[in-house]
Design a protein around this ligand. Structure first.
Ligand SMILES: *Cc1c(COP(=O)(O)O)cnc(C)c1O
Length: 370
């Protein structure tokens, strides 16, 4: 059998679509002569806050810093615990350690792959300071139930929105539901730039002020510093490119949702478990992650057919070598361990053709059959 090869995602095609606008933005930035934290960054912060339905946004160097600086801005540090999911990209938990606090892992719901709100309560201790849900793969986490647990214990919620730009819960955009929403503009994300970039959204004026200071060496005025902080700034070229892409991000999300629909229709009636649609929310499909029996054979067949794929994520965080000292045993968080054993992420990107979707489905379905 043969058919079109399919990349995991096609960033070159995306560049070609916007070539003239990109190049214009780069030229303007060069001519203006301001390269870091200039007018494009300020405008992009305003536009991104408006897009997420928040009153403030602070641009940073990447999505990991967005987490680290949010935790720092909330004065979370040594001795504190932050409850998060073990089934995510490492940065979600790493940020907690970077500020000196300890991540506490709570198992996921099998259907959404997100932190199971019903299990959070049992993990709360008198050291718990915050909940750090991740809207994984673009599926919004159950914020209503999370919020009631947070309220009952006086905890902050920091939303890791790195994979979920534009996702909605209860009619609201993610990033507007907790005290802070953190975003990444890494090229593979829904809103990706041509390098690294990040953002924190918030409605809290004090948090915004603290973040602006933390991103710039803790300076209270030029060359006067009252704390040890970071250099975490977005540059003008990335901000100019992101402003262009933000204007069409809704189309990009619609394209992803349409491809997800095609996949779901074609896999209906097979042994492939396709992503759940959130009740009361909007999934934005940064990744299209399925569960399959016999994943190793599926991987081999996809590779043979020159179809891109990714195993997101093969090792849950509570079993990572670096967290050995936290003392979690295999079997401790079974839904996360099962997801890590069964899941595979298939190609999805704006511009992906229906024939490519059909080809991926054909190869996966045949691999499962034997
Ligand atoms: C990508 C990602 C991050 C980190 O973002 P960077 O911009 O790469 O630092 C954090 N959390 C999750 C869930 C991510 O997918």
């Amino acid at each position: 059998m043969s058919g079109p090869t399919v990349p995991f995602l096609d960033l070159v095609a995306q560049f070609d679509d916007l070539r003239e606008e990109w190049l214009g933005a780069i030229q303007c930035t060069g001519a203006a002569g301001t390269f870091v934290l200039g007018p494009n960054v300020t405008q992009f912060e305003r536009e991104f806050a408006a897009y997420t339905g928040t009153s403030r946004a602070v641009a940073l160097a990447n999505g990991t810093d967005a987490l680290v600086l949010s935790l720092r801005a909330l004065n979370i540090g040594p001795g504190d615990e932050v409850i998060t999911t073990p089934y995510t990209f490492f940065a979600s938990a790493e940020a907690v350690n970077v500020v000196g606090a300890t991540p506490v892992f709570v198992d996921i719901e099998s259907s959404s792959f997100n932190l199971n709100p019903a299990r959070i309560e049992a993990a709360v201790t008198n050291r718990t300071r915050a909940l750090l849900p991740v809207h994984l793969f673009g599926h919004p986490a159950d914020m209503a139930r999370m919020q009631s647990t947070a309220d009952a214990h006086g905890l902050d919620i920091i939303e890791d929105c790195a994979q979920a730009c534009g996702a909605e819960w209860g009619g609201e955009k993610v990033g507007s539901l907790g005290i802070a929403g953190t975003f990444s503009f890494y090229p593979t994300k829904i809103l990706g730039c041509y390098g690294d970039g990040g953002m924190v959204t918030t409605n809290d004026a004090d948090l915004e002020t603290r973040l602006r200071k933390l991103r710039n060496h803790g300076a209270v005025e030029p060359f006067i510093h009252d704390e040890i902080a970071y250099n975490s700034r977005l540059d003008e070229i990335q901000a100019a490119l992101l402003r262009i892409k933000l204007a069409t991000v809704e189309q990009a999300i619609q394209a992803r949702r349409q491809i997800a629909k095609l996949y779901t229709e074609r896999f209906a009636g097979t042994d492939v478990l396709t992503p759940a649609q959130p009740a009361g929310g909007r999934h934005v499909f940064n990744l299209f992650t399925i569960r399959v029996p016999g994943r190793d054979r599926v991987k081999r067949r996809l590779a043979d057919a020159r179809i891109g794929f990714s195993v997101c994520y093969p090792q849950p965080l509570h079993l990572q070598p670096v967290y050995r000292d936290l003392g979690y045993k295999r079997g401790a968080l079974p839904e996360s361990e099962l997801a890590a054993a069964e899941c595979i992420s298939l190609p999805i990107f704006p511009g992906m053709r229906e024939a490519q979707v059909a080809r991926v489905c054909e190869v996966v379905t045949k691999a499962i059959a034997g």
